[in-house]
Design a protein around this ligand. Sequence first.
Ligand SMILES: [Ca+2]
Ligand SMILES: [Ca+2]
Length: 258
Amino acid sequence: MNNNDKKKNFYLITAFVILASLFLFIFFNGATKEKDENQEKLPFFLWEPEKVNPENLLTSYFGNKTDFFSEKKISDLDNDGKEEIIVLASEKEGEVINSFIFVIGPDEAGNPEVRSYLNIGKSVEDKGFILGLISNPHFISLEDLNGDRKQELILYTGEAGAYISGIGVFIYNNNKLDWAMLEDYKNMVVPAIFQEGASVRHSLSFKTMTEEKSLAQISGESDAEENWQWVCQAYQWNGEYFKYSKEVSDICYETITK
Ligand SMILES: [Ca+2]
Ligand SMILES: [Ca+2]
């Protein structure tokens, strides 16, 4: 090995050592940063919705009302990677039954907090409608009806006399729960509630049409000659609310009669 070769080797080794040091520095620096970020996120790992007792939280939220009967589901409603607890609860106030939907999520420390709640009956009245059919609500499903990857809540909103029962659709968006609204064929924008029963409509069923971003109610009706026929009314998401669509109603009708 001549002097030139030795020099060349020296430079190569030096360059290698510098590069290796640089690589190790970047690698460990990055790892430390990642660890710091994990530590900042730590409270969310403490959020264990299945261990939360919502009844305790809601009792303290509403004072000493202890006559809640409730149903709950755990699901990531708003698709942000963290699950929420959805609770249905009712309380009797004299002859009146107040029914609520609660959405509970983690606060910054990972403790449960009520994100939003809705008094089902009162919120309808606040919108200028009267709805006398609210009793003990139950879950039907949580699913994305309008294609924004966030789940809507589809609930039985309770039963009343004359074999009447109702189905309500609710939207949870930006930490706020509210009725999904729909525009009917008379161009009235109303809370999305579908009623079934002897004095309303017969054989109602509720159909979700994911591909059309629509929901539909299917009912049976007798025409003037007492001929039984199926009727399909479909409402398609227009970015703001579900709007009656003749076209989607026809698609709905085809799927149930073919
Ligand atoms: Ca969530
Ligand atoms: Ca949705």
